[in-house]
Ligand binder design. Structure first.
Ligand code: B12
Ligand code: SF4
Ligand code: SF4
Length: 272
């Protein structure tokens, strides 16, 4: 779809405002060219394949492999805050739409935004997914380039407003809009690395990714120390400790899993 530059600036603000009106705590836009060349999208194909929690087995697809639809020209990134006092937003319940209450909120905001874009601005959007193998993109990279925050030493997106305590969702759209761009923000600079000390699996103890090997400086947890295999051990333990709960919306019983958030909760960024 073609549209003049002045209209794009207006459209940019309209999309962000609409997302926030619909309940997003933060919102931004990233151009597809910037997203495709972002660190996670460049490195994932070169890393040892990961089949742990957060991945799906899809016939004929390598796990972690992103496929961008041809009509995707930009991505709208939204965040919903997940504060300490509302831990239930992050609990995964089998049978619940979206998996968690937080995801359900993210999905419904983007669904309403998509309807508005189509009806009022004739812009088509591509249904967002969570799992890479089901069509998602790497959301933290999208969020950084969309101006929501930076990648902290805990390997999470850290926002000035809420620290790492946000969850993300991305929707692709068929119109080219420039990226919001990175913000100048680094809470890790003079921090005592509470995140790393809090990890029950010592997932940040040793450098395992190197710039020379991957030909890029932006590595997991900045310096290549975040070990997803170690972290995944904790996730598997958390699944084993899951409990059956009633899923009210469906009148069924589903297993509830409370995944580890210790590196997130230990971070002082965004605390009021
Ligand atoms: C698979 C997955 C997992 C796996 C594997 C994680 C991994 N990092 O490999 C497991 C199960 C272990 C996991 C754990 C967790 N996850 Co997870 N996970 C995902 C998923 C589906 C894909 C992530 C992925 O594979 N990344 C690929 C690897 C290659 O990248 P990476 O390790 O993140 O490292 C990259 C970044 O650091 C980036 N980077 C570094 N510096 C810079 C600088 C710049 C400028 C840029 C742009 C990028 C950048 O480059 C690195 C690659 O070189 C995403 C959702 C999505 N679709 O994106 C959620 C997601 C990343 N997870 C999330 C969360 C919350 C968690 C957990 C806290 C568990 C929980 N309670 O949900 C832990 C946190 C672990 C940690 N400290 O990072 C949130 C993060 C929110 C946030 N504020 O950042 C996401 C976005 C889901 C969501 N709903 O919002 N996860
Ligand atoms: S605890 Fe400190 S070092 Fe770790 S992510 Fe937060 S601000 Fe950065
Ligand atoms: S989510 Fe838990 S296990 Fe994983 S890196 Fe953070 S503190 Fe460690």
């Amino acid at each position: 779809m073609s549209i003049q530059t002045t209209n794009k600036i207006t459209l940019y603000s309209e999309i962000i405002d609409k997302a926030r009106d619909l309940g997003a705590s933060l919102a931004g836009i990233v151009n597809i060219h910037d997203l495709k060349s972002s660190p996670s999208h460049l490195i994932s194909g070169k890393m040892v394949e990961f089949g742990g929690v957060g991945t799906k087995k899809v016939e004929g697809k390598k796990s972690g492999q992103v496929e961008f639809p041809d009509n995707a020209h930009s991505a709208v990134v939204i965040a919903v805050k997940h504060p300490f006092e509302l831990p239930e937003l992050d609990w995964w319940v089998k049978g619940l739409k979206g998996g968690t209450q937080g995801n359900l909120k993210l999905i419904s905001i983007l669904s309403e935004l998509a309807q508005w874009l189509e009806k009022e601005r004739n812009i088509k959007s591509i249904k967002p997914a969570y799992h890479i193998e089901h069509g998602a993109v790497y959301m933290k990279d999208a969020a950084v380039l969309a101006g929501l925050g930076c990648i902290g030493k805990n390997n999470m997106l850290i926002t000035p407003e809420f620290g790492p305590r946000v969850r993300l969702r991305v929707m692709l759209i068929d119109i080219e809009i420039p990226s919001t761009g990175q913000i100048n923000y680094d809470p890790c600079d003079d921090c005592k690395e509470y995140c790393k000390k809090a990890c029950p699996q010592n997932a940040f103890d040793k450098q395992i990714y190197f710039s020379e090997e991957f030909a890029q400086n932006e590595l997991p947890s900045r310096t290549g120390v975040y070990n997803r295999i170690q972290c995944n051990i904790q996730m598997q333990n958390d699944i084993l400790n899951g409990k059956d709960v009633n899923v009210e919306s469906k009148s069924i019983v589903g297993k509830e899993v409370r995944y580890c958030r210790l590196c997130e909760f230990a971070c002082p960024a965004g605390k009021v």
